[in-house]
Design a protein around this ligand. Structure first.
Ligand SMILES: Nc1ncnc2c1ncn2[C@@H]1O[C@H](COP(=O)(O)OP(=O)(O)OP(=O)(O)O)[C@@H](O)[C@H]1O
Ligand SMILES: [Mg+2]
Length: 257
């Protein structure tokens, strides 16, 4: 299983959107995709079009001692999603304390999942700093750090690397810019800044801003069915192709691109 943690230091940059979109595109290519919501916002199953506003999920399972992964749901696109689940404030504090005390808790839980070797695991996370992100980084083969083309992402650029070098220095890190509006000169300027600063660590093709994304969510449809020819569908397929021929290419049993 190839494990990707989708992270960022700034909020609202499209982590959950990229997690849900990549998982859906993988499933459409008949590559097993497990989307894991490791964010207490508990939004990923909604983005993936799951009917249930699920109360179940990995946190309630942790609290009740149930086996990790038992509350996973399968959506109409064959994406398996493990929701975070709902819990009260006190339970969340207890869970966070556990995560701080056991930095490899998630990694160990994932190792117990019986999943095909060619499968992908995509982990959505809250923004940094957070014990949830650190757990996902420790568990990941690849950390995909999402940047918005704005000064906030530029200012927070060192945060991901600092955290990663402390908790998972062996993991591969790749940045991707999401939400680019190329008609705005300031965004093109910022993209150039990211390119010169990050060089090979930046995925060369940004994911463009495209209304097709919020429309797909609002209509509970997947992007590929709603707007197969949209710019953003093209961008996301490009990102996925790169993952398949690059970082994830050593997976056994994987369906070829
Ligand atoms: N490429 C895009 N084009 C247009 N809208 C986008 C794009 N990517 C994300 N969005 C929209 O931006 C908003 C924030 O996206 P999302 O919730 O995925 O970000 P996030 O980083 O997970 O946020 P949070 O910090 O709250 O977890 C959503 O309304 C989403 O539909
Ligand atoms: Mg999110």
């Amino acid at each position: 299983m190839f494990k990707i943690a989708i992270v960022s230091a700034a909020g609202g940059v499209g982590r959950s959107t990229l997690t849900a979109s990549l998982a859906t595109l993988l499933a459409q290519r008949e590559i097993a995709a497990l989307a894991l919501d490791f964010d207490p916002q508990n939004l990923l199953s909604t983005l993936l079009g799951s009917d249930e506003a699920s109360l179940g999920g990995l946190l309630p399972d942790f609290l009740t001692g149930k086996e990790f992964g038992k509350s996973a749901l399968v959506n109409s696109n064959e994406v398996v999603c493990l929701p975070f689940g709902r819990a009260n404030e006190a339970s969340l504090v207890t869970f966070e304390q556990h995560l701080r005390a056991e930095p490899e808790w998630l990694k160990k839980c994932i190792a117990q999942i019986d999943y095909p070797s060619g499968a992908f695991l995509l982990m959505d996370t809250p923004r940094l700093p957070s014990p949830f992100v650190r757990q996902a980084m420790v568990a990941a083969d690849l950390v995909l750090a999402v940047l918005a083309p704005d000064v906030r992402s530029l200012a927070l650029l060192p945060a991901v690397e600092t955290t990663l070098s402390r908790c998972a220095p062996e993991s591969q890190l790749i940045y991707v810019v999401n939400g680019l509006d190329s008609t705005r000169a300031v965004q093109s300027d910022l993209l150039a800044r990211f390119r010169s600063t990050l060089q090979m660590r930046l995925f060369p093709y940004p994911v463009h801003r495209d209304e097709a994304i919020p429309r797909a969510v609002a209509n509970s449809m997947n992007l590929q069915s709603l707007s197969p020819d949209s710019l953003v569908a093209h961008d996301l397929n490009g990102l996925l192709n790169w993952l398949l021929v690059g970082p994830a290419s050593s997976l056994d049993g994987r369906v070829q691109v």
